[in-house]
Design a protein around this ligand. Sequence first.
Ligand code: UDP
Length: 425
Amino acid sequence: MLPTKKHRIALISVDGDPAAEIGQEEAGGQNVYVRQVGCALAQQGWQVDMFTRRSSREQAAIVQHGPLCRTIRLKAGPAAFIGRYDLFDHMPEFIAEFKAFQQQQGYHYPLIHTNYWLSSWVGMELKKQQPLIQLHTYHSLGVVKYSAISDIPAIGSKRLAVEKACLETVDRVVATSPQEQEHMRRLVSTQGQIEVIPCGTDVDKFGSIQRSAARQELGIAPDAKMVLYVGRFDRRKGIETLVRAIAKSSLRCSDNLQLVIGGGYRPGHSDGNERDRIAGIVAELGLEDCTTFPGRLDDSVLPLYYAAADVCVVPSHYEPFGLVAIEAMASRTPVVASDVGGLQFTVVPEVTGLLVPPKDEAAFADAIDRIVINPTWRDQLGEAGRQRVEIAFSWHSVASRLTQIYTHLLAQTMPSIESKAQVAA
Ligand code: UDP
């Protein structure tokens, strides 16, 4: 049951700015999730303040997204881009700024929902200093991520310890798929309370344009075989597997193949370097004539790319959820994805797309071929994907599930939180 009076709540996403432009190095699914969840919660009556760190001097300190929803950027280190591996040392400053902000406003947040391990640490530290309820969404688990890479960062052991403490002590952890929940239980801790609430997508933004109309707008030939990747340039995303799979498939540049690799990158940054590495492989495989890198796809064109494609490929090595898969499905485009993590939850094999072993170029090639050469089946998969998203993955339903949990936790602990806050005041 919804409460009559909803509280002011804080979503904390230190490293993933909900007001940022999406699609670059460190702006991806987490930023979209926080922004969409925040706005959907506000529509249900919560007063939502989303806290992040300021990463450039040009950024506004406060961005108002709607009457009840805003992003607040706090100082934590210099106002410049700082990679996730180097952010931890600035967290105490973030906490001090958060507390100063509360004091200035004359209230404190009875409930915070933290995102990614850095913010979980912020939340756990705050909880030692003031009464509050903490929920947490991981977005990525260090223990899973590190099992897939050889160069584990120096901060790695700290992250693992914080992620374990978080699962064991916060009031509720939100897993975005049953697969993520299973990873937490098997690899992080058997203690703590987990609730599975998937991510959502905008079912009005995606899926409102036909394939032919989208192609016309983008200047893509009606008979082109279009294979799409959307996402950050990060090795974990497996773009190399996609490119090598295309070279192994039956598709040829001379037969009007169009491989579109969408996502932002900045020269000299790690995403720019990955983009150059991928471009090198494209050239080496002779795919230059039919491959494009359109850069960051913003909201004005992203739905067109999804709608225009014959197939959207999500070749990630690891994916806790994978928003791109449900965005493509909402757009009636079948998905070929790695058989990992949340993709096992969103993509229904042979119904909305196909799942293949990660890094398996031959299996990706075969799966892409099967869909692209059979437009009737492609359309059936696309329609089934759309239906699945409409039923299971809307931001409104995500916010409703969160509202139930927030309300329940607040009702359980509110009297004690309020009395402690009065003592502290
Ligand atoms: N995205 C975008 N423009 C781009 C590339 C990506 O808007 O050029 C968005 C994409 O639509 C999705 C998000 O970035 O909403 C990526 O989320 P996902 O969960 O797939 O991956 P993550 O970034 O969390 O690894």
